[in-house]
Design a protein around this ligand. Structure first.
Ligand SMILES: Nc1ncnc2c1ncn2[C@@H]1O[C@H](COP(=O)(O)OP(=O)(O)OP(=O)(O)O)[C@@H](O)[C@H]1O
Ligand SMILES: [Mg+2]
Length: 298
């Protein structure tokens, strides 16, 4: 079994303010986002000139902005989007959206790098990956949602599919309507596309689970699911799929087979080696490639 014990980091370097002369200025971004008034920006510019400081340094010294404000503006300047603390438009468990510089998100970026190397190989054009956990509460939804954000931050056209048709959560996390969604598409829904593009993260789209159906396994086993993954693979660089607990429902093995590959999630002090070994064996027996496992230590 592969593990991600020593991940390589391919994450973007921290943006440096002096690299950005050709981009929209920090001051303009801060004015546009309402964080500083044009008059205060003028004061900052004057102080900046007088003391030979950077815009951010001068603004902080004048007490007009915080370091968090500056980091947020820099993230916009580099199209490295995240949400400011205090924004409640998404669930706070989307740590990649709210705390991009935290240790947990650094680890998610390291995981992303490993997956880029091991699975989403541009030469081979592999696109889909199912995220599986042995029991409910392990963190499959937590990992897959945050992973989707860090992939989109890298500029990958990322689609997150909620294929947990038992107890879907992605629509709660991303605060979108649950319906219509995957189950509706699999049942023959032909209305407007239920794929939701997120305003806050360009490049990130979500296909919610849809109407909770009485027959998830049967729906997921339909050819239509395979066809959907093939269609979305043409439109995206990365497709991540959330699944229900594998030890409880056979759905996740069907999803892993359709995706072609699976990533297992284990939770510190909760998941036993036996549970993981069984899950790994099942994934392989169902003809899916086990890309690796990740330890969720949160
Ligand atoms: N690393 C973490 N840090 C903080 N909270 C976490 C972490 N991992 C999981 N959680 C929280 O633990 C709870 C269970 O996680 P999650 O919903 O991802 O589990 P799951 O494996 O998807 O379960 P289910 O099979 O029931 O859908 C959630 O409230 C989630 O926000
Ligand atoms: Mg879940």
């Amino acid at each position: 079994m592969t593990t991600f014990a020593t991940p390589l980091s391919l994450s973007r370097p921290e943006p440096a303010e002096e690299d950005v002369v050709t981009r929209r200025s920090i001051g303009a971004i801060l004015i546009d986002s309402g964080r500083i008034s044009p008059e205060d920006a003028e004061r900052v510019l004057r102080a900046q000139k007088t003391h030979g400081q950077r815009f951010g340094e001068a603004a902080i010294q004048l007490g007009l902005l915080t370091e968090e404000d500056i980091r947020h503006a820099l993230s916009h300047q580099f199209d490295y989007q995240y949400l400011p603390a205090g924004d409640t438009s998404l669930s706070s468990s989307l740590v990649a959206a709210y705390q991009p510089f935290s240790e947990a998100v650094e680890q998610l970026r390291a995981l992303r790098s490993q997956l880029m190397l091991r699975w989403f190989d541009a030469d081979v054009r592999r696109k889909a990956l199912a995220v599986l956990a042995p029991v409910s509460g392990t963190g499959a939804s937590f990992i897959v949602s945050n992973l989707a954000i860090v992939f989109s931050q890298l500029g990958e056209r990322t689609l997150l599919i909620d294929a947990n048709l038992r107890a879907p959560t992605q629509h709660h996390l991303f605060r979108i309507d649950a319906r219509p969604g995957l189950s509706d598409l699999l049942s023959g829904y032909t209305g407007p596309s239920p794929v939701v593009r997120l305003n806050s993260f360009m490049g990130l789209s979500i296909l919610p689970a849809g109407t909770v159906p009485p027959n998830p396994q049967e729906l997921l086993g339909r050819e239509a699911f395979k066809d959907l993954i093939a269609k979305y693979s043409r439109e995206h660089d990365v497709i991540l799929i959330d699944t229900p607990a594998a030890g409880q429902y056979a759905d996740s093995q069907i999803i892993a087979t359709r995706a072609g590959a699976a990533l297992m999630v284990a939770r510190k002090n909760q998941t036993s080696t036996q549970q993981l070994t069984r899950l790994a064996r099942d994934v392989q027996q169902h003809g899916s490639l086990l890309v690796g496992s990740v330890l969720n230590d949160g």
